[in-house]
Design a protein around this ligand. Structure first.
Ligand SMILES: *[C@@H]1O[C@H](CO)[C@@H](O)[C@H](O)[C@H]1NC(C)=O
Ligand SMILES: [Ca+2]
Length: 327
């Protein structure tokens, strides 16, 4: 009771001060059971309604583990029902954890794609996919520095022609991304993928504060209806437990500008801001070194002193002259 009261107050405070709050409390949105995975996972018998499993995936009463914290594992879960909804919010509660302090990997990917149940090299799933991938990459494969840190979350749209380049952590095909430290928390972590009005928005709740933090937002993203949701993970030389605790799918209202009977099933995945495979651009030069910064600050300080001293001298001289004029 005490906890519930506390939580109510917390929600009240959060809804006053933090925007946007987790849409879990947005009762207008409609949960679709056929794209949702919640405890208890198993129905009658061993099967999990609406979800199929691949590879190293195991189901316990508390989590669905895509990979254990062991080398060279690969697992996935795939929704059995195609998504017929135009505007949606897919929220995934997950936990990535392992013994590795500095070395861990590789990460996992949340899919909305044409072909389900395909194994492959992109976090355990098929390359040259058709649709959307939201990639939670824990390991930097790139030799030399990125201009961002890992773990890193990125979004990629593919019409089947693009290759995900692991050696560059997909930075050359991504739409957008953000750094996100989502490993080894005691509490569970959440990610929300909202596709609404042809805008893709990815947010995270990693602090356990029940508030979404925006990771990336991309406009003019076209995705068809009729694709499948899935989540896949891999480990290689490095490993982690990749656990999924819940998947919740919310159907969002149609906008006034959207027609109910519009056929969206033939759309080819695309994004207006899409950057086609581009030449490798060197990372920007590191900022000034400590010594350089010190010298620069000293130069600035000396310049200021000189200006001030000259100013005082000029002022005194002017005072003297005006005094002379008075007499
Ligand atoms: C698929 O994407 C590539 C890369 O952006 C683009 O060049 C090509 O025209 C697209 N194909 C179709 C059929 O949209
Ligand atoms: Ca990587």
């Amino acid at each position: 009771m005490y906890r519930r009261t506390l939580r109510f107050i917390e929600i009240l405070l959060l809804s006053c001060f933090i925007n946007p709050i987790r849409s879990e409390w947005n009762t207008r949105d409609y949960v679709r059971r056929e794209h949702t995975l919640t405890k208890p996972y198993q129905g009658s018998g061993m099967s999990v309604p609406y979800w199929d499993f691949l590879g190293s995936t195991i189901v316990t009463s508390n989590y669905v583990r895509l990979t254990p914290d062991l080398q060279s594992k690969s697992g996935a879960i795939w929704n059995t029902e195609p998504c017929r909804t135009r505007n949606w919010d897919l929220q995934v509660e997950f936990k990535v954890h392992g013994k590795g302090k500095d070395l861990f990997g590789d990460g996992f990917a949340i899919w909305y794609v044409k072909d389900r149940m395909q194994t492959g090299p992109v976090f355990g799933s098929k390359d040259h996919f058709s649709g959307l991938a939201v990639i939670l990459d824990t390991y930097s494969n790139h030799n030399g520095a990125h201009n961002h840190q890992h773990p890193y979350i990125s979004a990629m749209i593919n019409n089947g022609t693009l290759h995900y380049d692991h050696d560059r952590d997909g930075t050359h095909t991504q739409l957008a991304g953000c750094e996100a430290k989502f490993r080894n928390y005691n509490h569970n972590t959440h990610i929300s993928i909202v596709y609404k009005d042809d805008t893709l928005k990815v947010s995270t709740d990693l602090e356990g504060k029940n508030a979404w933090k925006e990771c990336l937002i991309v406009e003019k993203v076209l995705l068809p209806t009729g694709y499948y949701f899935g989540i896949s993970a891999t480990t290689g030389d490095l490993s982690d437990n990749h656990d999924i605790l819940a998947i919740k799918f919310f159907e969002l209202d149609l906008l006034d500008t959207q027609k109910e009977d519009e056929d969206r099933s033939k759309i080819i995945p695309s994004a207006a801001t899409f950057e086609a495979p581009r030449e490798h651009i060197d990372d920007p030069k590191p900022a000034m070194s400590g010594v350089k910064t010190f010298l620069f600050m000293m130069f600035v300080a000396i310049a200021i002193i000189v200006v001030v001293v000259l100013g005082i001298m000029w002022y005194q001289k002017r005072q003297e002259q005006s005094r002379k004029r008075l007499y």
